[in-house]
Design a protein around this ligand. Structure first.
Ligand SMILES: [Zn+2]
Length: 427
């Protein structure tokens, strides 16, 4: 049993839960109960001459219904079942349901089986989603990204989250490690109850990559309640008394877990002064290069909200705009995590008119002149063409402030003219 270390880890969770505290104090504590397998998917099974067939799908439903009945007596809990009868909901349905319900806890109940005919393997074990994502998992996570919702806080922190960028998966990993800590705690409590209350043999809490856990955006555990091919386990889990004992152990674990959360939530939060905006705006300078990159170029490492500004022939790529110090620091960290190790924050005086020179918008560059019938020439009759080192540059408009240039750039986007660059001309 490894439970004690989970209690130590709990203090790390404190801050996480405080950020979610309003959720916990306002709404019911929602638990999704998932009876593994069902319908034509029997799950692990074995026939015994004295008790007949022991089928995983029946054991899991028996345990879940007993557990649900106990939880439903307490008005603080809301119970959602992935199934209440002998049917097979898909794994995606199960995780979708949990995510859509914004559940606080996901508990999947299963029955183990080992390869040998009469198992020497015996006892219970609980799985949590492991922290190490291999490539296949990340691919699945990307493909099924619509079921993963970053919570509000994460959304703020990772405004530039792009599911197709490997760098953006940093955010995903951070989110999952957050639930891992909580999953380890509830898993430890379940196994502890099996040992202390039911005198079962515990194989501990383990980390594993399991679909039904992987896609969940909440603390989630998968409990293996015993081995179907172990004579003693099979007889235990197939009886009403055995299932009742298992359900009670899980119930006790949930109750203890909820108490731990409530205790931490009710501790008064230290008064945090409201952050005051700064005088200047801050953008994160990612790099300065003679190369022009379009929005989705891999060189930008999946970051969005990038503003390139051309100055003296070099393109400077700026990420994010804010006048809050905390957001600026988060943006800088996001840029560095994405791979821009030398990123720095640059301060801009808002609406500052240039003393000399002006801003213009570089609409097009190329070795060839634009065709006179092109959309750009047709919609921008006053566009200016220059030639430098064998390249044609087309710029449009003169603006005194960066903000005016950004506005004009947005208007061009509205006309379908994209991937333009604001250029600072100091004449
Ligand atoms: Zn199973």
């Amino acid at each position: 049993m490894t439970t004690p270390i989970f209690y130590k880890k709990f203090f790390f969770l404190l801050t996480l839960f405080i950020t979610c505290s309003n959720l916990f104090s306002q709404k019911k504590f929602t638990i999704v109960l998932d009876a593994g397998h069902g319908g034509s998917d029997i799950g692990a099974n074995r026939y015994y001459s004295d008790i007949g067939a022991v089928q995983e799908k029946n054991v899991t439903l028996g345990v879940v219904l007993k557990l649900g009945r106990m939880l439903e007596k307490n008005k603080d809990y809301k119970v959602i079942y992935t199934r209440k009868i002998d049917e097979y909901p898909s794994l995606t349905y199960r995780t979708d349901l949990a995510n859509r319900s914004k559940a606080d806890l996901f508990i999947s109940v299963h029955v183990n089986s080992s390869p040998s005919k009469s198992a020497t393997a015996q006892g219970t074990e609980t799985f949590v989603q492991g922290p190490n994502q291999n490539k296949a998992n990340l691919d699945v996570a990307k493909a099924e990204n619509d079921v993963i919702f970053l919570d509000e806080k994460d959304k703020e922190n990772f405004a530039s989250y792009n599911p197709n960028s490997p760098e953006s998966l940093i955010a995903l990993k951070i989110q999952q490690s957050k639930y891992l800590e909580a999953s380890l705690i509830i898993g430890g409590l379940v196994e502890e109850n099996f040992v202390k209350k039911d005198k079962r043999l515990s194989r501990g809490v383990k980390q594993e990559n399991l679909h039904v856990l992987r896609m969940n955006a909440m603390p989630s555990i998968l409990i293996e309640t015993g081995f179907v091919n172990n004579y003693d386990d099979a007889h235990y889990i197939s009886t009403e008394e055995g299932q009742q004992a298992i359900a009670e152990s899980i119930f006790n674990a949930i109750t203890s877990y909820k108490k731990m959360i409530d205790r931490n939530v009710k501790e008064p939060e230290p008064e945090k002064p409201v952050e005051q905006p700064l005088k200047n705006d801050f953008r994160i300078l990612l790099m300065s290069t003679p190369t022009k990159y379009n929005d989705d170029d891999p060189a930008l490492k999946g970051l969005k909200y990038i503003l390139p500004i051309k100055e003296n022939g070099a393109y400077k790529y700026y990420y994010g705009t804010t006048n809050y110090a905390s957001v600026r620091d988060t943006n800088l960290k996001t840029a560095k995590d994405a791979g821009f190790r030398n990123a720095i924050s640059i301060s801009f005086v808002p609406n500052q008119a240039l003393g000399i020179g002006y801003y213009t918008i570089e609409v097009y560059t190329g070795k060839d002149k634009l065709d006179s019938k092109s959309v750009i020439l047709k919609s921008l009759p006053d566009i200016v063409r220059t030639k430098e080192n064998g390249m044609f540059y087309y710029t449009n408009g003169k603006y005194k402030t960066l903000e005016d240039a950004v506005k004009a750039q947005k208007e061009l986007e509205g006309k379908g003219i994209t991937n333009t660059v604001i250029e600072k001309k100091l004449k």
